[in-house]
Ligand binder design. Structure first.
Ligand code: LLP
Length: 415
């Protein structure tokens, strides 16, 4: 199955014409391929089958209920990072025993909600958090399972905003502290230390940092396993990258597995993985309509109806997203694709060879299935786009386009 193809010179998502979708539902519009999502999950699962991992889809990548349900329906659990994501996951029917909860700043109410649901485990990032989970659990008469997030001090070779496993990052604890904290947790009421957690960063296209991180925690795993019967799990996090730019080389699950499986099998622990981008990223596009084409000094600007509020990644991380014409055209030109927002940082592409389309044409921004809609905002009072999930020749609206009333919901006006 090819998720995105041209048929009669028109871009299709599975068997559905993107031009038809734009006609019916308007633009900007997120469109996802359900079968692409499922294929990625299968590929990852098969590559790591030798350790039978629990794959917990990282909901922050794309938290639409239907997307969560797609993965959960295929047997995945989820990785959540807030009470809001817990709410979504449960609404989407995810079994609580397959929910893992990460993040450095969990509040009392988030912890209590997760304890009430009896989630699989919390990944904890500080001694204070362990104390808090213990207190909450004792109050509720229950026990919270916890896995300590280790900061292995590894360079994931990615954008500095999404690197999480280096010394200077706020995430995790150094191995020596984890050893101490594990001991203390084993004595505390209301918590059961069940494992270790790693997540070194995102958009990683090289197996080496993953190998290095696992190497760094291996001695600690052996030590804890000998000392504590409760220690049963290693969560190796997410982070597998996708191909955004020409020149990017996909880190294939099979390639990664070849390197990691010998290390993981030797540990003999329950393995959890938390992929987000790998499962969802390349399965989505953002469809946008050109409003104006303008020439200025040396270059051409395609002013489109999508903006940084709809897809923040180019502005925020200087991320490259491929942009194609929905109706194929042979001509290209150098230029920028920019949105209507009043900031020069509002661009989807800069100084790029682009399809030379006229005003009113449709463009599709690729690799928008992960960290696209979830990072969208209402900046400049722009209603957020609709989302469509395609399955074969079927296209379902999985989120309505916001309207003007949505923009002011909850606001109060002075008399
Ligand atoms: N597990 C934990 C604890 C995480 O913090 C993350 C992502 C994941 C799993 C999933 O990582 P993935 O497999 O998707 O790389 N907004 C940024 C990405 C931020 C990632 C944050 N944590 C972007 O658009 O590139």
């Amino acid at each position: 199955m090819q998720a995105f193809t041209y048929r009669n010179q028109t871009l299709h998502v599975e068997d559905v014409s993107v031009a038809d979708l734009a006609e019916t539902h308007g633009t900007p519009l997120y469109v996802y391929s359900r079968n692409y999502f499922l294929r990625q999950l299968t590929e990852l699962r098969q590559a790591f089958a030798a350790v039978d991992p629990l794959i917990c889809y990282s909901v922050k990548a794309n938290s639409n209920l239907s997307v969560i349900k797609t993965f959960a329906g295929a047997g995945a659990g989820v990785d959540i990072v807030s009470g809001g994501e817990l709410f979504r996951a449960r609404r989407a029917g995810v079994d609580a025993s397959k929910i893992v909860f990460a993040g450095v700043g969990k509040t009392h109410s988030e912890i209590e909600a997760a304890l009430r649901e009896d989630i699989r485990f919390f990944t904890v990032e500080s001694e204070g958090e362990v104390e808090r989970i213990s207190e909450c659990a004792v109050r509720l008469g229950t026990v919270g399972r916890i896995a300590f997030r280790v900061n292995p001090d590894v360079d994931p070779q990615t954008h500095r905003y999404i690197s999480t496993g280096k010394q200077e990052n706020k995430f995790g604890m150094d191995p020596a502290r984890v050893r101490q904290a594990f001991k203390r947790a084993a004595e505390l009421p209301g918590v059961e230390p069940v494992g270790l957690h790693l997540h070194i960063g995102s958009q990683i296209l090289n197996a080496d940092p993953f190998v290095e991180a696992i190497h760094k925690v291996t001695p600690l795993c052996h030590e804890l396993r000998e000392q504590y019967d409760t220690f049963k799990t290693l969560d190796i996090g997410g982070g597998i990258g996708i191909v955004y730019e020409p020149g990017d080389q996909q880190l294939k699950p099979a390639t990664l597995a070849e390197r990691l499986l010998p290390l993981l099998q030797e540990l003999d622990l329950q393995i959890v993985m938390e992929p987000g981008r790998y499962l969802a990223g390349e399965g989505g596009i953002l469809v946008t309509r050109v409003q104006y084409v303008k020439d200025s000094y040396r270059k051409k600007f395609f002013v489109v109806d999508a903006a940084m509020n709809d897809l923040l990644r180019p502005s925020f991380y200087q991320a490259y997203h491929p942009i194609v014409a929905v109706r194929e055209t042979g001509e290209t030109v150098m230029g920028d694709v920019v949105g209507p927002i009043c900031e020069s940082g509002d661009f989807l592409a800069q100084d790029r060879t682009l399809p030379d389309v006229p005003a009113d044409a449709l463009l599709a921004v690729h690799c928008a299935g992960a960290y696209g809609f979830t990072m969208a905002s209402n900046y400049n009072s722009r209603p957020r786009p609709a989302e469509i999930l395609v399955d074969g020749n079927n296209a379902r609206v999985i989120r309505e386009r916001e309207n003007l009333d949505d923009l002011i919901r909850g606001e109060k006006m002075e008399d």
